[in-house]
Design a protein around this ligand. Structure first.
Ligand code: ATP
Length: 236
């Protein structure tokens, strides 16, 4: 079933035409990846879906409803949660406080506590460090915290912006295993990555973005085997 449909999206930063008519679809239960080089427009796409940027034209339909132009918190409330690039945790708050902020639109205390326990079960490191200032966590732990914080809003659709950035290979593997598990437990995922290899290994389908346009789309396995993708993104 179709969960998210983006049609002909145009986004500008002043005179810069960052997204030039992007269209993509995400079905319920999928991991869909958006891959592309620096500056292709990947983050811009996610920020537009989550309501942080306004498109100049185009439509974004989520669960059959047009969410274009809705405030970001209304979009979070509808079940879309973004894990921003560079983590963006609150360094001067504790791990626990960061997680609580992820649930700021929820009022069900009991449910929030349950979600917190689920996050701690998934990330035992965060449980051990719940009173530690988030800014003193390692890069990998901060990424886990950013994912945990997004989970605290109980999203149907999680938007992940370059979760592998700046992480050692072993941690990248761990983060991708976690992404797969979160998906297997029912969360749909739109994953932006420069690490095309890893992204295509975990995703069901993918889109290739080049300077604001989708140039290729297909099943992840087919993209991983395509000559064009191999040449441009997988090192030949
Ligand atoms: P990266 O992988 O490097 O994060 P990206 O694919 O996510 O790249 P975007 O961050 O979406 O790319 O940027 C797309 C284009 O829009 C780039 O040319 C970038 O310079 C431009 N851009 C992004 N943010 C702004 C801004 N706030 N003001 C002006 N131009 C911007």
């Amino acid at each position: 079933m179709l969960l998210l449909k983006v049609e002909n999206l145009n986004v500008y930063y002043g005179a810069i035409h960052a997204l030039k008519g992007i269209s993509l679809e995400v079905n319920e239960g999928e991991i869909v990846t958006l891959i592309g080089a620096n500056g292709a427009g990947k983050s811009t796409t996610l920020k537009t879906i989550s309501g942080l940027l306004r498109p100049q034209s185009g439509t974004i339909t989520y669960q059959g409803q047009n969410i274009n132009g809705l405030p970001a918190q209304a979009i979070v409330k509808m079940g879309i949660s973004q894990v921003p690039e560079g983590r963006r945790i609150f360094p001067n708050l504790t791990v626990r406080e960061n997680l609580e902020l992820g649930a700021y639109l929820r009022r069900d205390r009991e449910g929030i506590n349950k979600s917190m326990q689920e996050v701690f079960r998934r990330f035992p490191r965060l449980k051990e460090r719940q009173k530690q200032m988030a800014g003193t966590l390692s890069g990998g732990e901060q990424q886990m915290l950013a994912i945990g914080r997004a989970l605290m809003s109980r999203p149907k659709l999680m938007l992940l912006d370059e979760p592998s950035m700046g992480l050692a290979p072993i941690l990248v593997q761990e983060i991708f295993n976690i992404i797969r598990e979160i998906n297997e437990q029912g969360t749909t995922i739109l994953l932006v990555e420069q690490n095309a290899n890893m992204a295509l290994s975990v995703a069901h389908r993918g889109y290739v973005l080049e300077t604001g346009r989708i140039t290729l789309a297909g099943r992840a396995a087919d993209l991983a085997n395509s000559e064009a993708v191999k040449k441009a993104y997988l090192g030949g």
